[in-house]
Write a protein that binds this ligand. Structure first.
Ligand code: HEC
Length: 106
């Protein structure tokens, strides 16, 4: 491969490789982060799934759950692995956003 082609392909891949991380959190107040949660915790999902509802949980309860999942103190099938991907600051933002959701409008 010609050097020029390699340089071109490398430059082309930089913005593409940066995009997913930026897009995941590009909304204010935790909305971007919470997209990853609402795949499973969606309002209309619970008719067909055992995933617990987040409706009615306050921010402190969500923070506590995620921190306990992260440390393994709370038993989990999947949330231990998911929670371990988030920092304390991200958990705080997620909890504030999710606790403030009007689930009927999701
Ligand atoms: C792959 C599906 C899936 C995704 C994605 C997911 N969860 Fe969960 N969540 C679960 C399941 C299943 C449980 C029950 C515990 C377990 O088995 O891991 C749960 C439990 C919880 C609980 C405890 C609810 C309760 O009433 O005890 C909270 C809080 C929670 N998840 C928050 C989140 C947040 C915040 C995110 C996004 C960072 C998220 N979840 C992403 C499936 C998911």
């Amino acid at each position: 491969m010609a050097l020029r082609t390699i340089v071109f392909l490398t430059l082309l891949s930089v913005p593409l490789s940066l995009r997913p991380a930026a897009a995941a959190d590009d909304l204010p107040g935790g909305a971007g982060l919470a997209r990853n949660c609402l795949i499973c915790h969606a309002k209309d999902y619970h008719d067909v799934s055992p995933v617990p509802r987040l409706t009615g949980l306050d921010a402190a309860g969500i923070v506590e759950a995620l921190r306990e999942y992260r440390t393994g103190r709370r038993p989990a099938t999947i949330m231990d692995r998911i929670a371990s991907g988030y920092s304390d600051a991200e958990i705080d933002r997620l909890a504030a956003y999710l606790a403030g959701l009007h689930w009927g409008e999701q």
